[in-house]
Design a protein around this ligand. Structure first.
Ligand SMILES: [Zn+2]
Length: 135
């Protein structure tokens, strides 16, 4: 059964394997460590060295745009004082990337397979099955 792009988005937003939908992306004993491949379907999660640099960029972008920019605007317009803005910004800069660590890796997988769904083994089997019918 092939995986649709909407399923890939749903699985990406809920930290699930894009191929089988299992809650198997991260190791149970080390919650911040990604499996090298999905234990259920054997999808290779880190496709190549540096594959998750995109996840770091996503994490950085979300931290800056969603959390730090509003704090800077509140400081700029005088809603937050200097000390409060600095403390909140430093706390957000330290905590938010840690909180988004797992999600950003899942988002990276989601984006990759959203644009290249034919790279999922579930979709490849579908394609090879249809090719067999034509032969
Ligand atoms: Zn899987």
């Amino acid at each position: 059964m092939s995986v649709t792009q909407s399923q890939i988005v749903q699985r990406g937003l809920t930290n699930r394997c894009p191929n089988c939908g299992g809650k198997t992306l991260f190791r149970a004993d080390k919650p911040l460590q990604l499996h090298s491949e999905c234990p259920q379907c054997r999808l290779k999660l880190e496709r190549e060295e540096g594959f998750f640099l995109g996840a770091m960029a996503l994490n950085y972008g979300v931290t800056c745009c969603v959390f730090l920019a509003p704090i800077a605007l509140l400081w700029y317009y005088g809603v937050l004082g200097n000390t409060v803005a600095a403390v909140v910004a430093i706390a957000a800069a330290l905590l938010v990337p840690l909180l988004l660590y797992r999600s950003s890796r899942s988002w990276q997988l989601m984006l990759y397979y959203f644009f290249l769904p034919q790279h999922l083994p579930a979709n490849r089997r579908e394609l090879s099955g249809s090719e067999d019918e034509n032969v």
